[in-house]
Design a protein. Structure first.
Length: 135
């Protein structure tokens, strides 16, 4: 198909690696580093430097885009294991869809946009039940 197809695959795989690493490690920066190293290694193993750069871009988009979901889930009482399991299963779906032409690029755009949307919709801190307490 061409070089654009293999770069798109690595962008989608990098996005999936970023989502999974952030979910498992629960830290955006650590997940970003692990996903970036893995994506670049896969890109260099199966392609050239342009595929490695595509994987790096995908890893950045995936880890930064999924960080608000991971932190919000854990803050609202979700378990670490459950969050990691569900997001890793979702990352497997993202990785499988990366092999469809152009979808890898779209995933790298969609995941950060969804993360921004979650961050904007996050409620401000509130007093909770303390506001109902009588003084």
């Amino acid at each position: 198909m061409g070089d654009w197809y293999t770069i798109g695959i690595l962008v989608g795989l990098g996005t999936a690696l970023g989502i999974a690493a952030t979910a498992v490690l629960r830290r955006a920066v650590l997940g970003l580093v692990v996903a970036a190293v893995c994506a670049v290694a896969i890109g260099l193993a199966f392609g050239q430097w342009d595929e490695a750069v595509g994987g790096l871009v995908g890893a950045v988009c995936g880890s930064l885009g999924s960080a608000p979901l991971v932190s919000g889930t854990l803050r609202r009482g979700g378990t670490r294991g459950g969050t990691a399991t569900l997001l890793t299963l979702g990352a497997l779906v993202v990785a499988a869809l990366a092999f469809v032409p152009v979808v890898g690029y779209l995933e790298a755009i969609a995941v950060p946009l969804l993360g921004l949307r979650l961050r904007r919709r996050a409620p401000d801190r509130h007093a909770g039940l303390r506001s109902l307490a009588k003084d």
